[in-house]
Design a protein around this ligand. Structure first.
Ligand code: HEM
Length: 520
């Protein structure tokens, strides 16, 4: 039994838990049937404040197990223990859970404490309200409160409990097979691969005499960035040495110094993405307006808890989204430029950045070496060089979006098992083993979401156990070939695009009618 903190009060019922969260604004989470108060820890949490905020009032057992090394679970967390959790088996109305969410997520404060943007009104009403006024957000903070939150009624709770039990057994199995251990030889191969690409980029840039040489240098540089991103991803999850400072340093060296992108920004958004995967109001990876809307609910101008602002479905969005299935590849090709912007604004504007000085220094060095490299490229080729090197990384952006864009964006509420949610919202890409280097482990996205701390090179081995688990608990494991998975994403984008296009046409019709009426 862990020792109690000064807030301890033995037993805390579900009702008491909600009361403390709502009335006293306490940051309480449940872990292994115990209640922990994390108010004081929020600001120091290496996984970010928002990661914890998303779990307030909920059973965070599987999330905490999945994201933390043993010392956190067996030692650190007990500093914050305040009592045993007593689930009175009384159904807590969804509205209650909603307001917990609102109070805890909305850092800027929502004066009337109205639940924010829970989009569950029928889709037709979403469309019709946007039709009436396409450039005005139809969902304001208060109007969204009329909606109802995802209900646990949709879930068979016994099935969810079964999934949780089997998932924990699966985790133990993967652990016993030694799949949580890193085999460093894999990083030797990684370094040879991206070291060669980097050296070739410099070689062709410094010694090149023809357009072909310079453009080959651009391709090698882009391929280098593409490859190094996988190692940065591993480091961001502390999945290389499993030491927070060491992997943190590797992350900054790979992302900031080699790629000009902020590791701190990536961690902040990626950890949130892992916890609230495909929740359109919370998952930053889905919030790509004005170009993409993977769910028709975006037309309601939802509130983003990540960006802490309303994502207006404005005229630009109404225009671009109707062509999003055509724009998918071209826009992704420019994705890396947007990442520079997000990285720099994170380093400048974010209150707490773990390695701010190191990141600034490393990003400064990046711009120096990149500019020096460019100084060897003939003037006429500088723009094509920049475009080609940056656009080569489109493969990475496709790989990342493939994993989630075509998957469910429904919110089934906090009673959904962690594993069930990850399997519902993620998709794997089936590829032969010899191509693993190209996909960089991201093709096993579902498995990575289930076990974020398992080193990437072991994910293929985990796949067979995950398949068995899915069979056992009767959940579909979404794993398709590269072409099919692209098709799934394009279909999903097209589906929303068609609805938005229809909406635009109707809105235009109404506007013309009104104009005739006024002028007539
Ligand atoms: C609801 C509760 C919590 C959630 C959702 C959460 C989530 C996370 C996430 C997403 C990460 C990044 C993990 C990765 O992929 O590498 C992380 C890291 C970390 N968290 Fe938490 N966390 C929670 C509570 C706590 C608590 C209570 C503690 C300590 C008392 C803690 C200590 C840490 C530490 C030390 C790391 C860095 C782990 C490492 O060395 O790899 N977290 N957390």
């Amino acid at each position: 039994m862990p020792s109690k903190s000064k807030y301890a009060s033995d037993y805390i019922t579900a009702q008491e838990l909600n009361r403390r969260i709502n009335e006293q604004n306490q940051a309480l989470v449940i872990y292994a049937k115990k209640v922990y108060r994390l108010d004081k820890w929020l600001k120091f949490h290496p996984g970010g404040e928002l990661a914890i905020r998303h779990m307030i009032g909920k059973d965070a057992t599987d999330a905490i197990n999945a994201f933390h090394p043993d010392y956190v679970k067996t030692k650190n967390i007990h500093t914050f223990y305040i009592g045993e959790y007593v689930d009175e088996d009384v159904h807590i109305p969804s509205a209650n859970t909603d307001s917990v969410k609102t109070l805890t997520l909305n850092k800027k404060g929502n004066p009337d404490n109205t639940p924010v943007n829970n989009i569950t009104k029928p889709i037709l009403s979403a469309i019709s309200s946007s039709i009436t006024s396409p450039s005005t957000p139809s969902t304001t903070i208060s109007s969204a409160s009329q909606s109802t939150q995802p209900s646990d009624a949709k879930l068979d709770l016994i099935h969810q409990a079964r999934i949780t039990k089997a998932y924990r057994e699966l985790d133990a199995r993967i652990r016993s097979k030694g799949l949580y251990k890193t085999h460093y030889i894999n990083y030797v191969y990684e370094m040879i691969r991206f070291g060669t690409l980097f050296a070739l980029a410099w070689y062709f840039a410094l010694t090149g005499t023809s357009t072909l040489h310079f453009l080959t240098s651009a391709v090698c540089l882009g391929a280098f960035w593409h490859q190094i991103a996988f190692t940065a991803h591993d480091a961001g999850h502390n999945g290389i040495t499993h030491s927070l400072p060491v992997d943190g340093f590797i992350g900054v060296m790979t992302a900031d110094l080699c790629g000009g992108l902020s590791m701190g920004w990536w961690k902040k958004s990626h950890y949130v993405h892992h916890l609230v995967t495909n929740e359109i109001e919370h998952d930053p990876d889905l919030q790509q307006l004005p170009f993409f809307a993977v769910s028709i609910n975006f037309v309601k101008s939802i509130y983003s808890s990540y960006y802490e602002r309303i994502l207006h479905f404005d005229r630009a969005a109404a225009f671009f989204v109707q062509f999003q299935h055509f724009l998918y590849y071209p826009v992704l090709a420019f994705g890396r430029f947007n990442l520079y912007f997000l990285s720099i604004s994170h380093i400048i504007n974010e209150e707490r950045v773990a390695f701010r000085k190191l990141e600034l220094f490393s990003m400064g060095l990046y711009w120096m070496w990149f500019s020096y490299l460019l100084s060897h490229i003939p003037y006429s080729l500088i723009i094509p060089y920049i475009l080609i090197s940056h656009m080569i990384t489109v493969l990475l952006h496709i790989q990342i979006t493939l994993s989630h864009y075509g998957m469910s964006t429904e919110e089934l509420g906090p009673k959904e098992a962690f594993a069930a949610k990850m399997l519902r919202t993620s998709m794997d890409v089936d590829c032969p083993k010899w191509l693993d280097w190209l996909h960089g482990g991201l093709q096993f996205q579902t498995i990575h979401h289930l076990f974020p701390r398992v080193p990437r090179h072991n994910l293929r081995e985990c796949q067979q156990y995950v398949r068995e688990f899915c069979k056992e608990v009767g959940i579909e494991y979404h794993c398709y070939g590269f072409v099919k998975s692209n098709g799934i994403v394009l279909d999903a984008l097209k589906d929303v695009a068609n609805q938005v296009s229809l909406m635009n046409k109707v809105a235009k019709g109404i506007a013309e009618k009104e104009l005739r009426h006024v002028s007539g």
